[in-house]
Design a protein around this ligand. Structure first.
Ligand SMILES: *[C@@H]1O[C@H](CO)[C@@H](O)[C@H](O)[C@H]1NC(C)=O
Ligand SMILES: *[C@@H]1O[C@H](CO)[C@@H](O)[C@H](O)[C@H]1NC(C)=O
Ligand SMILES: *[C@@H]1O[C@H](CO)[C@@H](O)[C@H](O)[C@H]1NC(C)=O
Ligand SMILES: *[C@@H]1O[C@H](CO)[C@@H](O)[C@H](O)[C@H]1NC(C)=O
Ligand SMILES: *[C@@H]1O[C@H](CO)[C@@H](O)[C@H](O)[C@H]1NC(C)=O
Length: 481
């Protein structure tokens, strides 16, 4: 009897030992999925306003063309306080998300009904876009610094004579002084493509030239209106004859002091579709952080050997639902936090787009809530701070030099796993790190479209192949040189 008792006790003891062992192994595994986040080093440096926004450099190698790309803080003219810059950026970011959601409803008709209500300015008073990255193009004979936008197709710049122009750093383009400028006729196929590209059909002008008038409304009160024109475009040293673009005569918004927008969308009229023969429908970028001395690159062409990626590029397919639209939709199949896979019904719907112009990624509520819960579980013990604008998971890290944060991975169809750079995890709402927030936000409903924003795209080479209909990801420390 006593023997049986001893046996039982020893069995229980070994069971306990096994349990303890398993727990400690799990702990070790968790530690492996954390990254050091240097709070002190990553506090955003004060924005310097002595910098000029152009010209950005370019180079050609092995049939690909690479342009230097910078954060638009380089271009902004006004000196604003840090608090104001940071807050306005998030408010504008929300306007952009509302604009994208409205445009998607219009472009991709389905069970959702487009309502005009979505176009009413939602955040009056803040009329600037958050398209954060700029490059320099040459249109006619002028260098133009423009904002890069994967969420629109039509490229436009401000044109003289101007009815209403916001202030920009470059001189305004005057097509009247260019012999290579032609206006586009309103019975042309380019004019007919406008509706698909901008959501508004081209309108025949009242002049003898039978010109084609375009409108783009950005939903935050910003807009551009003018006529469609053709002009010589140089992207670096690559020449594009008769490039179709919007010559904006009536433009409202701040657009960060840039001359206009470069449309890198997926369909008709975008730079990619107009240069399909030259660049084979491929472009890629590496987005630098906002730190003032960093620069990234925008590359056109198929030759992947010009990239400086440190991991192999893995590709996931673009979703066309049912037809390709402006946007690059992907099939987001999951997230993992510190190596722990998140479960949520909002995955694998094919309704997530990747956008260069949205700052903070937006996730459907089921995905966001699951992710937040797991993050809080793993990032525990730090003092919390109040919510900030759209960000609801904030901490006071001012007492810390470094913190260990769980790593974030995005998973896409075709077993693509993307490591989000540690720089893309936190948004500093306060300069002194007393309010540092998880840089992800929830959408208001499960029906909205998820967006992978540029904060979570830093230090990645992201390749858009419109010919093969896929998007590739690899790690790369962004730098033009
Ligand atoms: C445009 O910028 C390039 C440098 O990127 C410079 O070499 C060129 O002279 C500029 N052209 C004009 C017309 O200013
Ligand atoms: C457009 O209209 C002009 C006359 O206004 C005509 O000469 C031209 O052939 C038309 N082009 C097309 C593509 O229909
Ligand atoms: C866009 O281009 C495709 C092929 O390039 C064409 O089939 C389609 O009709 C165009 N759409 C519009 C709205 O012009
Ligand atoms: C997304 O990927 C998952 C897993 O491969 C697949 O089951 C699902 O059908 C895909 N969804 C779409 C919309 O393609
Ligand atoms: C943040 O934490 C620091 C150090 O623990 C503390 O002194 C400070 O008052 C806190 N700030 C806020 C806004 O809570």
């Amino acid at each position: 009897m006593a023997e049986a008792k001893t046996l039982l006790i020893s069995m229980l003891l070994s069971l306990l030992l096994l349990l303890l062992l398993t727990i400690s192994i799990e702990e070790v595994q968790c530690l492996q999925h954390k990254a050091v986040y240097s709070v002190k080093k990553l506090q955003w440096r004060k924005l310097s306003h002595t910098l000029k926004c152009h010209p950005q450099k370019s180079r050609r190698d092995k049939g690909s063309l690479t342009l230097e790309m910078k954060h638009c803080d380089y271009c902004s003219e006004k000196t604003q306080t840090w608090d104001k810059v940071i807050r306005n950026r998030l408010i504008s970011d929300n306007s952009r998300v509302h604009y994208l959601q409205a445009k998607i409803k219009k472009q991709v008709p389905g069970k959702m009904v487009y309502s005009t209500k979505d176009e009413i300015p939602l955040y009056s008073g803040v009329k600037l876009l958050t398209l954060n990255y700029i490059i320099t193009l040459q249109l006619g004979k002028r260098n133009m610094t423009v904002l890069v936008d994967t969420g629109s197709d039509l490229t436009w710049v401000q044109c003289d004579p101007c009815k209403l122009c916001y202030s920009q750093q470059d001189p305004i383009l005057n097509p009247g002084l260019s012999r290579s400028y032609k206006s586009v006729a309103c019975n042309s196929s380019s004019c007919q493509s406008l509706e698909g590209a901008t959501g508004f059909a081209g309108v025949c002008g009242a002049d003898q030239k039978n010109s084609c008038n375009y409108v783009v409304n950005y939903g935050d009160g910003s807009y551009t209106r003018g006529e469609l024109g053709r002009e010589r475009l140089y992207v670096g040293k690559t020449y594009v004859k008769d490039f179709v673009f919007g010559c904006g005569r009536n433009n409202k918004g701040l657009f960060g002091g840039a001359s206009g927008i470069l449309g890198l969308g997926r369909i008709n009229l975008s730079l990619i579709s107009q240069t399909y023969k030259k660049f084979d429908g491929v472009f890629s970028y590496c987005l630098p952080s906002t730190e003032v001395d960093s620069s990234g690159s925008l590359t056109f062409g198929r030759d992947a050997s010009v990239y400086k990626n440190s991991t192999p590029i893995s590709y996931t397919k673009m979703i066309s639902n049912p037809e390709p639209s402006t946007f690059y939709f992907l099939n987001l199949t999951g997230f993992s936090i510190g190596g722990v896979a998140i479960q949520a019904p909002g995955f694998a719907t094919g309704r997530t787009l990747i956008d260069s112009g949205t700052v903070i990624s937006r996730l459907v509520p089921s995905v966001y809530n699951a992710l937040k819960t797991e993050f809080l579980k793993q990032f525990s013990g730090y003092p919390t701070a109040p919510s900030y604008s759209i960000l609801d998971t904030c901490f006071n890290l001012s007492a810390y030099e470094n913190v260990n944060i769980p790593t974030l991975n995005m998973h896409f169809e075709d077993t693509v796993k993307v490591n989000v750079d540690v720089l893309g995890m936190f948004y500093f709402a306060k300069d002194d790190a007393s309010q540092v927030c998880l840089a992800l936000a929830s959408l208001s409903s499960e029906d909205e479209v998820g967006i992978i924003g540029n904060f979570q795209q830093r230090n990645l080479r992201i390749v858009y192949d419109t010919k093969k209909s896929n998007v590739g990801f690899a790690e790369e420390a962004c730098s033009y040189t």
